[in-house]
Ligand binder design. Structure first.
Ligand code: CDP
Length: 808
């Protein structure tokens, strides 16, 4: 048979891997046709909302709900006393701790859920909240983790034995009533010895402030209990719908097959929607009690003040080197503020996430990390906002330590990085703190980045600027921010990564329809990353059907195979791999069908773009479309009808994307206003599925990095009042603050991933924060600055300049 289209046209027609295919999701989003949780409207639906604590630490003397129950439209008010008989007044957290669903005797942070008012509409619920009378007795407040570790004030009385002794926590012995865990990695004594005997040692303390992912859509759910059929349906902003189903089953006692969890469109997640919140539990209980669908949606203040925060890491480092700048040892201690409950969303065995990636991109022979988790009177959560499990903190730490060491060595920081990078030939590389990096070519990426920005030219310009400043010719300093990061994404091998015992594999199920189109369902859930676009591209390349003929569906536990969801940039490394593997199963069966149809042996046909071809006879072929039809319409001896496959993928390792970023910034020392003149970002995420989506991910991640580095903060006063609970105070960058990013790439495939892809979504945030921060710090380096803490808002930059005596 003669083919009328060229091979190149056939490849283009697939819109497979490597193609900047336009996002298929955008048609509905740009036309206002998205279906978010708050768009779910059911017959007879009622609404729930919380009475929240105004105090950060207080005993609850009494709760009087009588007046609230008189408010027109209010149907019920739930308190811990109502939930206790059901065993639902506390719930397990992802970190092995437990958390109050509704205040049980005391409150531990401002905004904590005290009572749940259920009403006919939102307004009646709000009026009901006003009418609930709670008598509080204020208790001393601890917002400083160092004070908390010394204080006699016990925050978690439930975790202290009657005789005053302190039982072990989920992660081993606890040193104090307000201490949660100590987590160690590496070799303590050898590291301390290396550092004690080193030529050069640089030390620094840094605070990676508390911030918040602040997704555009807040958290919420609609719970609908069908009492006739015994089925519970739960729509919600869930980044891990299957895990939520399992948790709901375990804590409610409902059998898992009677629970359907649906994550519809989600307006951003960034880690904020991984954990379980009291609102989910209360909505489910309210729906079971009333037999009506119950909706609970946070407002912006609820979201910022009470749901999963990020960071809050106090890091203390020592780094040693030879006089020539070869790093010999790294020591890191972290005091981690977890708030009132430890509700961090980390794999169970990693209470400090993957902080032990803090040796970064460098060949550091000896290292030691110790993390102490501490309770304070702040909101719980501790997700790592757009970052897989504390990698942002780790990369910030090492990229600051490198800069501080460069100052101590009086060496160029770019050169210091270059001489310490892990070399290409050292991969797979086992780091001193345990990880096995899969692949990398750091020198090539670094050289490309420095050349692209004319690094030497920039340094010359900067030197001239310093001269001009000293001569009174300018009031603007110039900072060159550098960062080179290694990410660790794709949790993870089931052998060491689980959440509440659920192994962190992921899944894809494909059904090819007789006419040669398909539906693939995955255990992940997009929150804006474009999975419907990119996973179809993986399949298009693997099975030879156009991406436009493949529907991707996620987020419905009744239809999708079990998976652990989307966070920590795990979708591509894990579910992307499952997709490729399921595609390969389809292809293997298609090969047998093609061989039968072409009347040759299976091994005599080979896959070519969108068809199987007889080897050596390219005119003899069967397209995947023809094969699909035959699978359903032709009896083929020895082969079952149909063309379907499912794959559950347990990755052998994580993937280690990396990147080289440079930021050029001008700083007005009199106003403290930074102006980002240039931002260059080179990312290496292995095989690139959709370059346009990658670029979008990089833009988004860098913008969130800018926010965190230059102003975004969840701050508390001494009384534990959250000072930044609205968007008036919490910095969310707009187009006004965001520079024009220049993106670039290298490609170093992952050797163990079926298509060589690594994750990318979190990389720009991980690499971006130290890059913006280093630019600020670098501007002040010639005047004696070693380190100032983020966020570098105008006031803090002005203050830094003032402390260096730059205001005359
Ligand atoms: O888990 P999450 O979706 O947040 O992160 P990811 O795996 O890094 O993927 C983010 C988006 O970038 C997805 O649409 C991926 O398919 C896409 N991507 C890509 O096109 N090529 C890569 N090598 C990595 C991700």
């Amino acid at each position: 048979m003669k083919d009328e289209v060229t091979r190149e046209e056939r490849v283009d027609n697939l819109k497979g891997m490597g193609c900047s295919r336009k996002r298929v999701e955008d048609a509905r989003f740009t036309q206002g046709k998205g279906n978010y949780v708050d768009d779910v409207k059911l017959d007879g639906m009622i609404f729930g909302d919380f009475v929240r604590s105004p105090y950060a630490h207080a005993r609850i003397k009494s709760i009087d709900t009588a007046a609230a129950l008189e408010v027109p439209g209010v149907l019920a008010v739930l308190t811990a006393a109502d939930l206790e008989p059901l065993g639902l007044h506390w719930m397990p957290t992802l970190a092995g701790d437990k958390q109050m669903v509704l205040a049980d005797g005391k409150v531990l942070f401002q905004g904590q859920e005290v009572a749940f008012v259920v009403a006919e509409d939102r307004y009646a619920a709000a009026d009901g909240i006003e009418a609930v009378e709670v008598e509080y007795e204020e208790l001393p407040v601890l917002v400083d983790p160092f004070e908390a570790l010394k204080s006699d004030v016990v925050l978690r009385e439930d975790l202290v034995a009657e005789d005053g002794s302190i039982p072990d926590g989920a992660h081993g012995p606890r040193k104090h009533a307000n201490h949660i865990f100590t987590w160690e990695a590496g070799d303590k004594d050898p590291t301390e010895e290396v550092i004690a005997n080193a030529d050069i040692v640089a030390e620094e303390e840094m605070y990676y402030h508390r911030t918040h992912p602040c997704p555009l859509e807040t958290c919420g759910c609609v719970a609908s209990m069908d009492k006739v059929n015994g089925k519970l349906t739960l729509w919600g902003t869930f980044q891990a719908p299957h895990a939520i189903r399992t948790i709901v089953s375990l804590i409610s006692g409902l059998e898992e097959h009677n629970i359907r969890v649906i994550s519809p469109d989600i307006g951003g997640g960034f880690g904020n929607k991984v954990g379980a919140y009291p609102g989910y539990v209360c909505s489910v209980v309210a729906s079971i009690v009333t037999g009506k669908p119950v909706k609970w949606i946070e407002d912006r203040m609820d979201n910022l003040m009470t749901t999963a925060f990020a960071r809050d890491y106090w890091m203390k480092g020592k780094i040693s080197a030879t006089k020539e700048g070869k790093i010999t040892g790294l020591h890191c201690h972290v005091t981690a503020d977890h708030g009132g409950f430890d509700a961090c969303a980390d794999p169970t065995k990693f209470p400090a996430g993957f902080m032990n990636i803090c040796t970064g991109s460098y060949d550091i022979p000896t290292a030691y990390l110790e993390v102490d988790g501490v309770y304070t009177n702040k909101a719980p959560g501790g997700v790592s906002y757009r970052c897989s499990f504390r990698v942002t903190e780790a990369v910030y730490f090492i990229e600051r330590m490198i800069e501080v060491l460069a100052i101590k060595l009086d060496m160029d920081a770019a050169e210091l990085r270059r001489i310490n990078f892990i070399k290409k030939e050292q991969f797979p590389y086992t780091a001193a703190l345990g990880w096995e990096y899969d692949s990398g070519d750091y020198h090539t990426a670094w050289d490309k980045a420095l050349k692209a920005v004319d690094y030497e030219g920039l340094r010359a310009e900067q030197a001239q600027r310093v001269e001009d400043f000293k001569a009174g010719k300018t009031r603007k300093l110039m900072g060159i921010g550098l960062s080179f990061f290694t990410e660790i994404v794709g949790a993870g091998p089931v052998k060491n990564c689980d959440i509440l015992g659920l192994g962190m594999f992921d899944s894809c199920e494909i059904r090819i329809h007789p006419t040669g189109s398909a539906i693939a369902r995955l255990g992940t859930i997009s929150q804006g990353q474009g999975h419907a676009t990119t996973f179809a591209q993986i399949l298009a390349s693997e099975i030879g059907l156009p991406a436009d003929s493949i529907t991707i569906e996620e987020g419905d536990t009744d239809t999708a195979p079990y998976g652990l969801g989307t966070y920590g940039s795990r979708s591509t490394p894990v579910a992307g791999a499952a997709t490729a593997m399921a595609g390969r199963k389809i292809r293997a069966k298609a090969q047998m069908i093609a061989a039968y149809l072409l009347e040759v042996h299976d091994n005599d046909v080979e896959f070519d773009v969108d068809r199987f071809v007889v080897k050596g006879a390219p005119e003899k072929f069967k397209t995947m479309k023809e094969i699909a039809f035959a699978a359903y319409n032709q009896a083929i001896p020895g082969i079952e009808p149909g063309l379907e496959a499912v794959s559950y993928y347990d990755p052998p390792n994580m993937t280690y994307p990396f990147g080289a970023y440079v930021c050029v910034m001008d700083i007005d020392v009199d106003t403290g206003v930074p102006e980002i003149r240039r931002f260059y970002a080179l990312d290496d995420c292995g095989t690139r599925i959709n370059p346009m989506i990658i670029e979008g991910q990089v833009h988004g991640g860098l913008t969130e990095a800018l926010a965190v580095a230059l102003g975004q903060e969840i701050a508390y006063d001494d009384m534990g009042n959250c000072k930044t609970g609205t968007l008036m105070d919490f910095f969310l960058p707009t187009a006004w603050e965001v520079p024009n990013y220049e993106t670039d790439y290298t490609v170093t495939p992952s050797p163990h991933h079926p298509i060589g892809a690594k994750g990318v979504g979190e990389s720009p945030h991980v690499g971006g924060v130290p890059c913006f921060s280093n630019a600020v710090q670098d501007a002040f380096r010639p005047f004696g600055n070693t380190h100032t803490n983020m966020p570098h808002d105008h006031w803090r930059i002005w203050k830094a300049a003032n402390e260096l005596g730059l205001h005359g």
